[in-house]
Design a protein around this ligand. Structure first.
Ligand code: PRX
Length: 681
């Protein structure tokens, strides 16, 4: 399926019909606007800001910043002096000024086919106001942190926007994370309230979410932090039918649902909503007031609370959504990510709603009840813009084109990917089979930290190359540095950095500004360091080559090797652990763990199962090791540093180890090769 040419020479031009009416119709127009965005950011972003409602206007420069640790503290400020409310902008403004009250905001599609719900902008606004009043009645004030641990239901959007409406800071924890991960995040950001649900189904697996939430709160208490207010949405329990904005209970019975209830702490979402007024004046926030915290893996193991603020994030997610998906008013847009990740924050909630878009919100899995589910939903709602991850594409690709071609998909206009580099084979399958060769693919490179897309094609304008995120978005100035911090020109490869901020970049690591400075700005003063490697080709296209720190990308999710290692070492049988990535055809990378056991302990299947469980419980199912190898010793340098480069080769079965002269004992390597796991895969 892949043409017989180098990916660099494999160029696709957007279809002519895409150009008609496009926001950025040609590559020349892109270049012209890009230059304007760099030369006069105040004007460029100032024009974008005109679409929004500002209670007070900004006074100073549009963006003010310092990226150079040698010149003082790192800071980024956008539109200082302005005040606004993001919830007002994404809801009230649409209902009142743009007369979109009756427009559908979300088509909710449940895990179980047939579970569905339509929510208009007006209904969403009413529910958000109600819930904002609920939060106030529970004592939540501006600046307070609220933890949200919920499945993909409309009420998750309601909860986050209600926080934003009253100026509270949401901290959403992906519902696939463990109780321990939830606890760590609650404690780190000192949340005063938790919002969760009774349970949900992922495919045919029931997740007793309230049980996990209770376990997390108990762990918080054990750590000396008490959170005494928990609002529980009844999603699967029968009461769910009685509420105004209801998530219909899954049609299947759920006899195993367990909803322990502590009346001192737990409050029922529906009961609180029933007593709540639907009028709620928004809290006017300063531009740089915090909007949310979202945790992402850190290379030292402890997750970092990435903090985003109101105005810059609002503008940036709105602008990227509009231009990268070339949003049109009659689009039906669908992003398959979970709101628990940044992709869901920016491109399910804030970006689409800011544009008055109609989106599909999907609770389920691409493979449930069968591998055609995605395409069935595309046809059901006439999805025109579709955004997913390379790992999902590769997984569906395994089943061939028949499950896709059973459905028409003729509504599709733009396809998008995010989360990791897309391999050319998956790109071509996505382009030819899913998009019937008609739809441009926007390969969007960005991070939790960047708030929105930073390197991406624009669908009508940018000639695409499979596997390349192509060029920077407006206002973004990339550079490639070598190890000594020199900027490389022309064709080159090195560290991907950014030279100046854009409105949506993170402002700090919550509660730890020193960590923000040292993680992103210390290595190369004057630059934001992404942690990714990058290559620029002869035509100036950027190709992300993957992480260059101790981070793994499993199914588009970043995991820190240190965090998994510390979970393994937490088991009494383990003396030392080293975790590396091994290439995986669907997940991108899989987790390969080497463990050295304590003296006298024997490795066996029971221990292996215990270790996997240990990691699942400490972090979550996404971090479950794929392979665990008993390693009587690990390859170390004479100074005692583990040589991960060598372990990666062993895990991948590559015999060419390069220079290993610094190894203290090279016989260790041969021993590990002989006992490799999954050698036949
Ligand atoms: O390594 C890059 C990879 O994902 C990392 C960011 O992960 P996270 O903060 O979890 O956010 C994921 C969703 C935005 C990046 O440092 N990455 C993300 N998108 C791409 C990518 N690598 C290559 N191409 C992409 N399109």
């Amino acid at each position: 399926m892949i043409p017989d040419k180098a990916p660099e020479d494999d160029v696709f031009h957007g279809a002519e019909e895409m150009r008609r009416g496009a926001h950025v119709p040609t590559f020349d127009k892109f270049k012209e606007l890009y230059m304007q965005s760099i030369e006069d950011p105040d004007k460029f972003w100032g024009d974008m800001a005109k679409d929004f409602f500002w209670k007070t206007k900004h006074t100073g420069r549009f963006l003010d910043y310092n990226f150079d640790t040698t010149k003082g503290d790192i800071f980024i400020k956008c539109m200082e002096g302005a005040s606004t409310n993001i919830c007002y902008n994404v809801l009230d403004r649409n209902v009142q000024d743009r007369k979109l009250g009756d427009k559908v905001a979300f088509y909710w599609e449940g895990n179980e086919p047939g579970d569905e719900l339509t929510v208009t902008y007006r209904e969403l606004l009413t529910s958000v106001c109600r819930f904002a009043n609920v939060l106030k009645s529970q004592g939540v004030k501006k600046g307070d942190r609220v933890a949200i641990y919920m499945p993909m239901v409309v009420e998750l959007v309601v909860a986050m926007l209600a926080c934003a409406r009253i100026g509270a800071v949401h901290s959403i924890v992906f519902a696939g994370f463990s109780a321990e991960s939830l606890c760590d995040r609650i404690v780190d950001s000192q949340c005063s309230l938790l919002i969760t649900a009774d349970g949900f189904y992922r495919g045919d697996k029931l997740i007793n979410l309230k049980l996990l939430a209770d376990e997390a709160l108990q762990k918080c208490t054990d750590k000396g932090f008490s959170l005494e207010r928990c609002i529980v949405l009844k999603h699967l329990s029968k009461e769910a039918q009685e509420i105004s904005l209801k998530s219909p209970p899954a049609k299947r019975p759920c006899p195993d649902l367990q909803v322990p209830w502590n009346p001192q702490v737990d409050k029922c979402w529906h009961a609180l909503m029933a007593d709540s007024s639907d009028e709620c004046e928004p809290e006017w926030c300063a531009s740089e007031d915090p909007l949310f915290i979202l945790y992402t893996s850190g290379s030292t193991g402890k997750p970092k609370g990435v903090l985003h603020t109101v105005s810059g994030y609002m503008l940036y997610t709105a602008a990227t959504f509009k231009l990268v998906f070339d949003h049109r008013p009659d689009d039906i847009y669908w992003c398959t990510a979970d709101i628990g990740w940044i992709t869901g924050h920016s491109y399910i909630t804030y970006g689409p709603l800011a544009n008055g878009a109609t989106s599909v919100l999907f609770e389920g899995l691409p493979t449930y009840p069968d591998v055609s589910r995605i395409w069935e939903i595309v046809d059901k709602y006439h999805v025109s813009k579709f955004y997913t991850a390379p790992t999902a594409i590769r997984m569906l690709m395994k089943y061939g084109s028949e499950p896709v071609q059973k459905y028409k998909r003729d509504s599709l206009k733009v396809l998008g990917t995010v989360g990791e580099p897309i391999n050319p084979e998956a790109w071509h399958w996505y382009f030819t089979v899913v998009g019937d060769g008609r739809c441009p693919i926007v390969d969007t490179f960005w991070q939790t930290e960047t708030g929105g897309h930073v390197m991406t094609p624009l669908p009508a304008a940018t000639p695409m190359k499979p596997g390349s995120a192509t060029f920077p978005f407006f206002g973004v100035v990339p550079a490639i540095l070598n190890e000594s911090g020199e900027e490389l020109a022309g064709t080159s490869e090195g560290y991907l950095v950014f030279k100046q901020p854009w409105p949506g970049v993170m402002r700090t690591v919550y509660g730890n500004h020193a960590r923000f400075e040292s993680t992103y700005f210390k290595k190369f003063p004057g630059y934001y360091v992404t942690g990714d490697g990058c290559r620029r080709d002869k035509d100036g296209y950027y190709w992300i080559t993957g992480r260059i720190d101790d981070m793994l990308n499993v199914s588009g999710h970043l995991l820190s090797t240190a965090e998994v290692e510390s979970a393994l070492v937490g088991h009494e049988a383990v003396a030392e652990a080293a975790v590396v990535g091994r290439p995986h055809p669907v997940k991108g990378e899989s987790l390969y763990c080497f463990v050295t056991l304590r003296d006298g302990v024997k490795y066996n299947r029971t221990l292996e199962a215990q270790l996997k469980k240990q990691v699942r419980e400490k972090i979550g199912a996404i971090a479950t090791p794929d392979f665990i190898q008993d390693a009587p010793a690990l390859p170390k340098t004479r100074s005692g540093k583990i040589m991960r480069r060598v372990l990666r080769k062993i895990a991948g079965g590559e015999r060419d180890l390069g220079d290993i002269s610094t190894l203290a004992d090279s016989s260790v390597v041969e021993q590990l090769f002989q006992n490799r796991c999954g050698a036949g895969e």
